[in-house]
Write a new protein. Sequence first.
Length: 319
Amino acid sequence: MPSGPHSGAHLETLAAVASVMARSRDIFAAMDAALDALLPALGLDAGGVYVLDERSGELRAARSRGVSPEYLKEVARFSRDETLLGNTLEGEAPVVVADLAGSASARDAMRRLGIRSVAFVPLYAHGHARGVMPVGSFTVREFTPDDLRLLSAVGGMLGLAIDNERLAEQSRRHLGEVRMLWEIDRALGEDQPLDQVLSLLAREAAQFCGGDTAVILVEGEEAQVGGAHGSRALHAMGHPPALGGQQLALLLRETQPHLRRVETANGRWHAALVGVHAPQRQVGLLVVRPSDWDETELGPLATLAQRAALAVGKSRARG
């Protein structure tokens, strides 16, 4: 591969990557395009893209080339504290390991694969790390300055693509919240029966969180289902509804929305609990069993719980 400040082959590769990424329909297609162009252009044998999960701090494998599914299972996640990938996130330049076989920081799976020389490329956008792209070969080789400049440029494009995808997802979620609240407010404005409003609310919450939802109304020591969507949450709570054997009436004392681990005879699961507050007291719980939890969802769920309380208040006022 020719080397120098104006390597034509490297510029052609960069232009090809930029062109294909610009036409990519989603972030994963952009990652595939980057790997498919870079590996043959640089004479490399394997590579992947890891995206930084902002909630857990983990690096999670999103795409790979040149490795087996079995290997990928062993390296699907990395802690940010792990030296090789973690050090890459501390700077904006690629970190090169001349021979992985002699690195004490490498996982056994990486050595068993036979990868020798590796460049860990940070994916940055607006001064923040978004992930890492490791690329390497099964032989010991040198990464030239031009190689590293090309990898850095592609890493920057991928970082921006990941950032843009996250911004687009935030916009989609915001629009979803607006639509969700509009549907519920319309039902409230039409004075629909309480069971219909709560069933609608449970359905909207379930779709928003990607899980099952139940609205539990509590009167004294008794709890009953006011509305539900999906069967997993109801099945896990049993009849009468309880969480891990604990009466739901006792959980009303915990006023702040929170995530709770529940252990039952059927296994262990997580529930998001949000109180339904009427004036002067709490009348129920919004119980969500999400498929994958995001703490930012507690805010919209609290808003839904307020709508549930309004529905209960209007129903009782009508007698």
